[in-house]
Write a protein that binds this ligand. Structure first.
Ligand code: CP
Ligand code: NVA
Length: 304
């Protein structure tokens, strides 16, 4: 039996494969596989989804995506399953592999994702950990390219917390060939090894603690919540991240045709002003929609 095609992180899937997955998602979005008003690419397939953290987009887009491809889902939350009551990740992986064709997990602990993948005989998809959020990046790249063409060689600025999203942006910069500037406070910087990996693989990554400098001439500005799920030190984070707020003045430092993204959920007038989030350069609703399309590409690749 061949090894399952896991989607664990962008730096663990080859650049060519990531591009194929995006192309597949776009083709499905364009209706290329439609027959009788629907596609049956995953007819009869099932996906188990484990949520140990809250979700709106990930939960709904995976469920609807599976249904639109002819498959179905089973949703488990940590506490409502034996996983939250002492059953091991390894045993859960082995049991679920006997029932379903793929497993998606959102968990605080990246080690659980890896353990699940090493014991599952079906593909495992990372639906966010404290370390990364690769599905969101696939949607972000798809969205940028739909609006502005190839992202390769563009200047992308991450302005805010050095969190799971920022790490996936670093992985994506290497895989998709864009230049990434990380404008983030020193005390909330990404682990150096994440940046070192990308730079070692030829990526162009710049780190600055000056948000204006970071946003200057950007083609895409991205930010995220100041307090991620599970973060405890909300007050300290607000204080450290306030100077990185994306407001209209700061967005104005970017290219005239720059777009603004945010993975959502957003907190208006914290990480970005309402004027920016709801303004003409914001593509956040297309970005949210593209979770559905990009993940169809991932699902079809994993199980296809
Ligand atoms: N962006 C994102 O993953 O949203 P949810 O937390 O709602 O799934
Ligand atoms: N950084 C955020 C992303 C939410 C989709 C979090 O982990 O809460």
């Amino acid at each position: 039996m061949s090894a399952p095609k896991h989607f664990l992180d962008l730096h663990k899937v080859g650049a060519g494969t990531l591009r194929e997955i995006l192309d597949l998602g776009s083709a499905i979005k364009a209706g290329k596989y439609m027959a009788d008003g629907d596609t049956q690419l995953l007819s009869g397939k099932s996906l188990a989804m484990i949520f140990e953290k809250p979700s709106t987009r990930t939960r709904v887009s995976f469920e609807i995506g599976m249904k639109q491809l002819g498959g179905h889902v089973v949703v488990m939350d940590g506490q409502g399953s034996q996983l939250g009551h002492g059953e091991t990740v390894a045993d859960t992986a082995r049991v679920l592999s006997r029932y379903v064709d793929a497993i998606m997990i959102r968990t605080d602990d990246p080690a659980k994702l890896d353990e699940l993948a090493s014991y599952a005989s079906v593909p495992v998809i990372n639906g966010l950990t404290d370390d990364s959020h690769p599905c969101q990046l696939m949607a972000d790249v798809m969205t940028y390219e739909e609006h502005r063409g190839p992202i390769k060689g563009r200047k992308v600025t991450w302005c805010g917390d050095g969190n799971n999203m920022a790490a996936s942006y670093v992985h994506a910069a290497q895989r998709f060939g864009f230049d990434l500037t990380l404008a983030m406070p020193e005390e909330l910087s990404l682990p150096q090894e994440v940046i070192d990996w990308a730079v070692g693989e030829g990526a162009n990554i710049t780190v600055t603690h000056n948000a204006d400098e970071g946003c200057a001439r950007a083609d895409l500005i991205v930010t995220d919540t100041w307090v991620s799920m599970g973060d405890k030190d909300a007050e300290a984070r607000h204080n450290a991240l306030r100077p990185y707020q994306v407001d209209a003045r700061r967005l104005g430092l970017a290219q005239d045709d720059a777009v603004f993204m945010h993975c959502l959920p957003a907190h208006r007038d914290e990480e970005a002003t309402a004027e920016v989030l709801d303004g003409p350069q914001s593509v956040i609703w297309d970005e949210a929609e593209n979770r559905l399309h990009a993940q169809k590409g991932i699902l079809a690749w994993c199980m296809g």
